[in-house]
Write a protein that binds this ligand. Structure first.
Ligand SMILES: [Zn+2]
Length: 669
């Protein structure tokens, strides 16, 4: 991503929602706009699912309604993030081209009548999506309400993998470009096993349903191919918008949340001017706020530290989880300001007015079914006022952390492959737990793509990075050589980019860095545990390893690796060290280990004695702002002084942050 040099789409922090006026009679629109003004809304995303209304038959456009709502919004001073509508092609296009519907791994072709019902490799969707993008760009690119472009919606959310014949041909072309020679592919995929050798690229299919385990190299490359196809789609739509309206920034809403990992977003960031993200809490998770913090930090890492936009979250319940809990009073404010604390300069929701009908009618909105005379809408108005008071924060950045935590979508895909040593090891599990331990300790962390520059970091955490970038070992060695600390976990650096094991003892990529050699994985029984000599407990996974240049800090006292090292540290001359943990430590033990590594690197919390508060600092040319969010039921002291912009009063060192409350201090006043 190149930092957007033009103006931010709004004065102050962007506040608003997806706005779907086509769901309502036009009489409602004036009321919508009046309520938006009351709530302080300054940006709405328009037209995301409107293709069917904009082009009811091929080449016949009905744009009058969009003209009218754009004018109405502009008169009210509300900016528009105008969408290209490719997330929901019209029925006529599906009927004319049923071959564009995606096909699953079992060969079942989906039916239209939902959304994202298209194969990303289909030339039909590409042609029609870029065609209507051009129509919209030419007609509205200079409308004064339009501030930015929103390409499609949540790319790959429902159609991330397509196994149709069109996709098969595109996959073969992609493989031909990648390998040139089919024997190079045979070597990469290990097709000598089970006699899977291909004589030509023409023989290759997507990894459709097989009798048993499919070839892992084929599956991993299919993930890469599919992700690349969405990157190409984004690039094609964005290219039209840039050609016609170079003055407008382009974004697409990512889905950095939970377990979604259909696209390697690092390949998309060069194609957008502003990074934006959708985030929905897993409502039943009591530490959902910690997952929110982790996801927001991942988004900031993708944005290269620049401000980004929270394009969607929910005012209260969603409608697609098993039990859709309503947000408690104050939770919407806390969630929103968590995102702002972690770099968002926009807070938007799905959606403005809760739908009366259709698939998401029980998904909350800024204006609920109950109407404006409701606690929800009053909270929406309060949030708008609070964000208005935080306008000065916009453009500042989250203070650079001294701790980096690495993640990688390709490693995630590879970790997900079948027939691994245990079903109990999940890719983001340890990354989230490490992030949570730092969060609880009040220590700031940057969550970065594994290919990122590590300069300036005193601690680098490498959790379950099963497939590591080939140069990572050298970059980690450089961190240790300059006195930094690196913590690598079990099941990291195991395979090359083709999912072939790096031989000679695990972890092949990091053996030398860590001074350990693992001869055998020793996963545990379901709910099993192993005791360590330092009194801690490991879960899920252990290893039979030997220290080869590393100091043994703890050994296994029972379990399948009894007697062998569990936790090691290889120290370097300049005070740096490479730590290795070979088991999934329980929560207190992991917190203690993180504390030990952070202390060894002399990294301090954001504020002294954070005491259970989530604390983040943003800094800019005009000063710094300290966000403190209390997720507990007790009032907690904050050891910092400043003007609290939320309550509008001075906060003195040691004053309390109310239970379930938030303060944002303008420091240095
Ligand atoms: Zn397809």
């Amino acid at each position: 991503m190149t930092r957007w040099a033009g103006p931010w789409p709004t004065d102050g922090i962007a506040y608003g929602a997806d706005y779907n006026p086509e769901q309502w009679p036009e009489e409602v629109w004036a009321d919508d706009v009046a309520l938006m003004r009351q709530a302080g809304v300054n940006l709405v995303s328009l037209g995301i699912f409107s293709w069917g209304q904009l082009e009811p038959a091929e080449g016949r456009f009905e744009l009058g309604w969009l003209d009218r709502i754009l004018d109405l919004l502009h008169e009210a001073g509300i900016g528009v993030d105008l969408a290209t509508p490719s997330a929901a092609p019209p029925v006529w296009l599906h009927l004319a081209h049923p071959e564009m519907l995606p096909v699953d791994a079992d060969g079942l072709r989906y039916t239209h009548g939902s959304r994202e019902s298209w194969c990303v490799s289909s030339p039909v969707i590409r042609e029609h999506a870029t065609r209507i993008a051009r129509v919209l760009a030419e007609r509205y690119g200079h409308h004064p309400a339009v501030r930015m472009w929103h390409v499609s919606n949540e790319l790959a959310c429902h159609n991330g993998r397509c196994y149709c014949d069109v996709s098969a041909a595109a996959f073969r072309e992609w493989l031909t470009r990648r390998y040139a020679d089919v024997d190079a592919l045979n070597l990469a995929w290990g097709t000598a096993f089970w006699g899977q050798r291909y004589a030509s690229f023409e023989q290759i299919l997507p990894p459709r349903r097989t009798t048993t385990i499919a070839n892992p190299g084929q599956r991993l490359d299919f993930d890469r191919f599919s992700s690349d196809a969405f990157v190409d789609h984004l690039e094609a739509e964005a290219a039209v918008l840039r050609e016609v309206t170079p003055h407008l920034p382009v974004t697409t809403n990512y889905m950095v949340m939970g377990d979604f990992h259909q696209i390697d977003y690092t390949a998309t960031t060069p194609l957008v001017d502003l990074v934006s993200n959708d985030h929905y809490l897993w409502a039943e998770d009591p530490r959902g706020w910690a997952e929110l913090a982790f996801s927001a930090d991942r988004v900031r890492g993708l944005a290269g530290g620049d401000p980004w936009v929270l394009m969607e979250h929910s005012t209260s319940a969603v409608n697609w989880q098993p039990r859709n809990l309503a947000k408690e009073p104050g939770q919407m404010l806390r969630n929103s300001l968590q995102h702002v604390a972690r770099g968002a300069d926009g807070v938007l929701f799905f959606q403005w007015r809760q739908s009366r009908a259709g698939a998401e009618k029980y998904h909350s909105g800024m204006v609920p079914h109950a109407g404006a005379d409701s606690d929800r809408f009053r909270a929406v108005v309060d949030l708008g006022a609070t964000l208005g008071r935080l306008a000065e924060v916009r453009g500042s950045v989250v203070e650079k952390a001294r701790v980096a935590l690495l993640w990688d979508t390709q490693a995630w895909w590879a970790t997900d492959l079948d027939a691994h040593p245990t079903v109990d090891l999940h890719y983001l599990d340890l990354a989230r737990r490490l992030h949570g331990a730092l969060l609880d300790a009040g220590v700031a962390v940057d969550v970065l793509p594994a290919t990122s520059d590590l300069d300036g970091y005193r601690v680098v955490l490498v959790p379950t990075l099963y497939l590591a970038p080939p140069d990572l070992s050298d970059r980690l060695s450089a961190v240790v050589a300059r006195g930094g600390h690196v913590l690598v976990s079990y099941f990291s650096g195991i395979v090359d980019e083709f999912d072939r094991v790096l031989l000679g003892g695990y972890p092949g990529a990091f053996r030398e860095l860590l001074g350990v050699r693992v001869e055998e994985f020793a996963p545990l029984r379901e709910n099993g545990s192993a005791r360590l000599s330092d009194g801690t407990t490991g879960e899920v996974w252990t290893e039979r390893l030997t220290a080869d240049g590393a100091e043994v800090l703890a050994t296994y006292t029972d379990g399948p690796a009894a007697g062998g090292p569990a936790l090691t540290r290889r120290s370097a001359a300049g005070g740096g060290a490479a730590w290795y943990v070979s088991t999934r430590l329980d929560r207190p033990a992991l917190a203690a280990l993180v504390g030990r590594v952070v202390d060894a690197a002399s990294v301090a919390p954001v504020v002294e004695q954070p005491g259970g508060l989530e604390v983040v600092r943003r800094t800019g040319a005009a000063g710094s702002w300290l966000f403190a969010i209390n997720h507990t039921d007790a009032d907690l002291p904050l050891q910092a002084t400043g003007l609290d912009l939320v309550a509008g009063r001075m906060h003195h060192r040691g004053d309390l942050v109310p239970a379930r409350g938030v303060v944002v201090l303008r420091e240095g006043v």
